[in-house]
Design a protein around this ligand. Structure first.
Ligand SMILES: [Zn+2]
Length: 175
């Protein structure tokens, strides 16, 4: 049943978020640091410099030594934030997408990425039907909803939501 499926997915996401014990207010940079600690490796967040095929807005790649999150050049504000949260959520859920099977796709559509070395897993926002994608979307929206609630409660300086979003995103590049 789709309904109970969704509820189960949501329960799992809420449990994971509770375990994270996220600070308030939450900065994306803080979430990034937590992921690095949890996974015991660096996470690099990079704007696309021609690595991504145009239809991909965000991509998480894990190699043997490091995680990479690429986002489409030009994304900003809420769009950038939700894209990064989506990719972070894949990591929080320990997803290991099967997309990586398609090394030929990678060679053809994103040759620059093959320079990162052997890729162990890769998630991208193309296959919305898969349960991993649904879970990552849900997780990202729950984190955002929780964080936004708190931001609204605690905000003091910024007055508009767009401004708040821009500040939150800004902070990730200052680590
Ligand atoms: Zn995804």
């Amino acid at each position: 049943m789709p309904g109970s499926d969704h509820r189960q997915l949501e329960r799992g996401c809420r449990r994971r978020i509770a375990e994270l014990d996220l600070p308030s207010p939450l900065q994306l940079a803080e979430l990034k640091t937590r992921l690095e600690t949890r996974r015991g490796r660096e996470l690099w967040v990079l704007p696309d410099q021609g690595e991504l095929p145009p239809e991909i807005t965000g991509l998480w790649i894990g190699t043997a030594t490091r995680d990479y999150v690429y986002y489409q050049h030009g994304l900003d504000g809420c769009l950038l934030e939700t894209t990064l949260l989506h990719e972070f959520s894949h990591m929080l859920c320990n997803h290991r997408s099967a997309n990586v099977q398609d090394q030929a796709w990678l060679q053809q559509r994103a040759p620059a990425l093959t320079s990162l070395g052997a890729i162990e897993h890769m998630c991208m926002r193309t296959d919305y039907g898969s349960s991993d994608e649904r879970e990552a979307e849900l997780m990202a929206s729950l984190i955002l909803a929780r964080a936004t609630r708190r931001w609204h409660r605690t905000r003091t300086e910024a007055s508009r939501p767009a401004e708040l979003a821009a500040r939150r995103v800004d902070s990730i590049f200052k680590t």
